[in-house]
Design a protein. Structure first.
Length: 186
């Protein structure tokens, strides 16, 4: 029986084949204490089923992974499949390519001009093979930081919260009360 302590390639490739075979992107896998195997999935760019992973997507991948890992003889105590969340990590060149033009939080391995952490818009450099550029405002002017993936400790999308339901609510006192006094005595 293959254990999750076995070489990463065996269980990792089984997970990757399964997730991609179901039409999802494998963002990352993690082995944690107590036999936990954590798998993070995302929808592919331009997926006609929507942009966000649903609970049903996680259930579908979980069921399939349970069967595959059993057949492969991978030993684990618990399996957790989830979406990457609003602050999705960027790990590979393909992740960075997908999110060009989006705001990210970037942490460098080594400080540049006394800083390791930056927030700004991810852009291509002159050519994709040249690496990446982060355009940020230092409080005075826009600046650009060119970097390669080798220099990155961590990169994540900046969460964007959009409360669309509130955007179209009528303004004024009727929006707040709608003619109901909330049971208070007047």
């Amino acid at each position: 029986m293959t254990s999750l302590d076995a070489p990463v390639g065996s269980w990792q490739s089984a997970v990757e084949r399964t997730v991609t075979g179901l039409g999802y992107e494998l963002v990352e896998t993690e082995r944690a204490g107590g036999g936990l195997l954590r798998v993070t999935i995302d929808r592919l760019a331009g997926d006609p089923n929507g942009a966000f992973v649903t609970v049903e997507d996680c259930e579908k991948v979980t069921r399939q992974l349970q069967h595959v890992l059993e057949v492969e003889g991978c030993d684990y105590a618990r399996l957790e499949v989830s979406s990457p969340g609003l602050d999705r990590p960027l790990r590979t060149a393909a992740h960075f390519e997908r999110f060009v033009g989006v705001q990210i939080d970037l942490t460098l391995k080594l400080a540049f001009q006394g800083r390791k952490k930056y927030r700004g818009e991810l852009q291509w450099r002159e050519a994709p093979q040249d690496g990446w550029r982060l355009v940020f405002n230092d409080g005075k002017v826009d600046q650009a930081l060119d970097f390669s993936l080798d220099e990155v400790r961590e990169a994540r999308l900046v969460p964007v919260l959009d409360f669309k339901g509130r955007r179209f609510a009528p303004a004024g006192p009727t929006a707040a009360h709608d003619g109901v006094d909330g049971g208070r005595d007047r």
